[in-house]
Design a protein around this ligand. Structure first.
Ligand SMILES: N[C@@H](CCC(=O)N[C@@H](CS)C(=O)NCC(=O)O)C(=O)O
Length: 236
């Protein structure tokens, strides 16, 4: 199967969670907007195509199927890409974990855009500082301690006892958080040995290492989900 990934150009964003799965599996895919421009996404959202109507990117086209929402896309891709265990209980668990990652990603986004996504960061800077402090002090430790426990229960190496799309997403989560909040993550990572080890292991998987080294892997920047604004990190 040849896949078409639709995601905004210029940022890793939420598309990266899907991209990492496609890259790790060596899947055949086009990153459509990087070829045709963001208009290709807009046309889709405007209803120019048959079938399911996505609300927002990322969405994936697989033959006649159109699938949106990161966790939903990964749930779909897991079996054909060999990125989820066979058992129903573990598949459900993988999906549950991915939905929880999506919850945290939304909170990370809201730390720099606590009032409205369509306002500039500069217009909500004061609120962002309060929101980011709550994220760093309360929500990040709660989510990350949870994922650390998940790894512990999974035998220490994987979220669902074998390599899966969840491990790839946890890698992306840790990489993004380290970019956005380097000081807070240095503090928090002392209590997260399994997540840190997973992050290192995923980075050296051969296809992931090749991808990270390629021009397809865009650098993190201040237009994406994980943004580095020093004033939103732990105080020096
Ligand atoms: N829950 C969705 C969120 C999708 C989403 O927020 N996409 C962003 C880009 S990362 C977007 O373009 N949103 C447009 C909007 O919310 O109006 C997912 O996980 O895929």
């Amino acid at each position: 199967m040849h896949y078409e990934l639709y995601y905004w150009t210029g940022i890793q964003g939420r598309g990266e969670f899907v991209r990492l799965a496609l890259e790790d599996a060596g899947a055949s895919y086009d990153d459509v907007a990087r070829i045709q421009g963001d208009d290709a996404i807009v046309r889709f959202l405007d209803g120019a195509h048959e079938g399911a109507l996505p609300f927002a990117p990322p969405f994936l086209k697989a033959g006649r199927l159109v699938i949106a929402q990161v966790a939903n896309i990964l749930q779909y891709l897991g079996p054909p890409l060999g990125l989820v265990p066979d058992s129903e209980s573990r598949r459900l668990y993988a999906h549950q974990l991915q939905l929880t990652i999506s919850d945290l990603v939304a909170e990370v986004h809201d730390a720099h855009h606590p009032i409205a996504s369509n306002l500039y960061y500069e217009d909500q800077r004061v609120e962002a500082q309060r929101r980011a402090a709550a994220l760093r002090e309360t929500r990040l430790p709660k989510f990350l301690d949870y994922f650390e426990q998940v790894l512990e229960r999974g035998g220490g190496l994987h979220a669902v006892r074998e390599h899966s799309y969840v491990d790839l997403s946890l890698f992306q989560l840790m990489a993004g958080l380290e970019y956005a909040f380097p000081r807070a993550m240095q503090r928090l990572e002392r209590q997260l040995p399994l997540l840190c080890a997973l992050r290192q292991r995923v980075a050296v998987r051969p296809r992931i290492a090749a991808y990270l080294d390629s021009s397809r892997r865009l650098p993190f920047n201040e237009n994406g989900i994980f943004r580095h604004y020093p004033e939103l990190d732990d105080p020096r």
